[in-house]
Design a protein around this ligand. Structure first.
Ligand code: PAF
Length: 286
């Protein structure tokens, strides 16, 4: 694995691969890698000849009161994990390559119908930061395929919309959520949890699964299902629930009667840690 910091070197490498007819898969990350990230890397390797992983903790997607400064930076451990995976290049852009004119330059913004709700409502400006950096990374790496985890379901939909709206020539591949043995979705932020909070955290996946199972059995009382789930989480020891919502899996609008595919999305807080999770509803044929 080559670790590359200079954009020119990255471009030369990718250009040589493409000249040789090789395809490039890309996994953008903010580091602090866990088994979930490695499953994205594996998927990229299955789809492409070469794999690039980036590590860049993107200041533009953090709000002023969020955890940018304390976001775990674990470069050495990340680099070792990626070396043991099938990664060809670890790209670590500098802040000046990424934001040559500071953070107040051109911004890529997906319409608020998709970015103003759920995570976007709780974290104003977050998705502009994500789409701007991902668009820049796509321009830098020029991948054929880019892999994103379904754990950040809204992020995935927002990036799919950006790629379609801006005709960016990259295929977006969605990777299933990687979970711990007790069902907790893997996340870099799980390490902030105290021992007590870590024991409560898997309840989030349980209530989402219960809502999904109820919908699969024909229940369409979404408001009742989500209200019950919120109360269960509070009773179990969650400090607050930002949202639990049954949405149209394609548009992420609140699910209405004509909706045919659903996803249940949630964000809830345990102490200072904000956990995200979701479940798609799978209707069996017949
Ligand atoms: O999902 C993440 O880790 C980040 O939002 C991403 C896509 C790497 C952009 O900074």
């Amino acid at each position: 694995m080559n670790t590359i910091e200079a954009l020119d070197s990255l471009r030369a490498k990718v250009c040589a691969w493409k000249g040789a007819g090789l395809t490039v898969g890309f996994v953008p990350t903010m580091g602090n890698l866990h088994a979930g990230h490695l499953s994205l890397v594996e998927l990229a390797g299955q789809r492409c000849d070469k794999v690039v992983v980036s590590i860049f903790v993107n200041p533009m997607q953090f709000g002023p009161d969020e955890d940018f400064n304390r976001y775990p930076r674990t470069f050495q451990a990340d680099s070792e994990k990626l070396s043991s995976a099938a990664v060809d290049v670890l790209y670590v852009p500098s802040i000046t390559d990424m934001y040559p004119n500071g953070l107040t330059q051109s911004v890529v913004s997906v319409p608020s119908v998709l970015t103003g709700l759920l995570e976007g409502a709780s974290r104003p400006g977050h998705f502009d930061g994500v789409t701007t950096v991902v668009c820049k990374l796509f321009n830098m790496v020029q991948p054929d395929v880019a892999v994103f985890g379904q754990k950040d379901y809204q992020q995935l939909r927002v990036i799919q919309a950006m790629v379609q709206d801006l005709n960016i020539p990259v295929e977006i591949v969605a990777a299933p959520i990687a979970r711990d043995t007790d069902g907790l979705a893997l996340s870099s932020r799980n390490q902030y949890l105290s021992k007590e909070a870590r024991a409560i955290a898997p309840k989030l996946a349980v209530v989402l699964q219960d809502i999904a199972l109820a919908i699969e059995s024909g229940n369409r009382q979404f408001d009742v299902l989500t209200a019950v789930a919120v109360q269960r989480l509070l009773d179990e020891g969650f400090d607050s629930v930002d949202y639990i919502q049954v949405c149209d899996a394609r548009t992420l609008q609140a699910a209405g009667p004509s909706c045919q595919s659903w996803v249940v999305l949630a964000a809830a807080r345990l102490g200072n840690t904000r956990l995200l999770d979701n479940r798609e509803v799978v209707l069996l044929e017949g």
